[in-house]
Ligand binder design. Sequence first.
Ligand code: PGA
Length: 255
Amino acid sequence: MLQTKRAYTEKEINGLHLRIYASHQYLYSDAVKILFNHLSTSKNRNIGLATGATFEPFYAELVSQCKAMGKERLEVNTFNLDEYLGLSRDDPNTYATYMQRHLFSKIAVEGSFIPNSNAAYPEIEASFYENLIRSKGGIGLQYLGIGTNGHIGFNEPGTATDTITHTVELSESTISSNSIYFKTARMPHKAITMGIGTILSADKIVLIATGKSKSAAIMGSVMQDPSPDVPASALRMHGNATILIDAPAASSLRL
Ligand code: PGA
């Protein structure tokens, strides 16, 4: 049964907690509040972070809520989900640079970790990153976006649900969605990503999706039979995953 509460409509469906927002302002402000609630209730201050266009307003809101509270520093360790391979770390297209631009140049954090885009041995870098997450105590709260093909991190369709951090060949769909951000350089076709198993090990997961282009991926993740063809459908196994979406991203759901 649908329940209307403040700025969103919510529904529990197939093990997922879904909130559909009419306004991006409330969606992002709640997404940030979830982080502060987590920090006030959990000892695990390791936060898994996502990038992409979806997360630019998230970081703007996080910075603005921090400033409003007079905070210039967050006592968290951040772990990014993924990173391109074959770019120098300070290349304008790396997620390291994205994080610097949108968050770390504005708010300090205790520690920030992102796979090395320029690793000489990417497989060793991937296993180092997985071990780093484990040695720091695992992820307490993991944020995710979703690709139009249903990927989470760079776990492309077909990825097994028990994968740990690994290197990937990006799919045609991801290359075509993301290459618009590469104005001058050729977009890399390889990346390092936390695996679906790494993501599912987080205590709590929040996925954000906005826009009509995500509606089929949301539909496949939430309502169709779980399948590696739609990697985000693995979130149904987690038990503590919340999906925050706007009305266009929800438009293919039959609620
Ligand atoms: P986007 O990317 O926010 O740029 O759409 C999301 C993703 O690919 O996970």
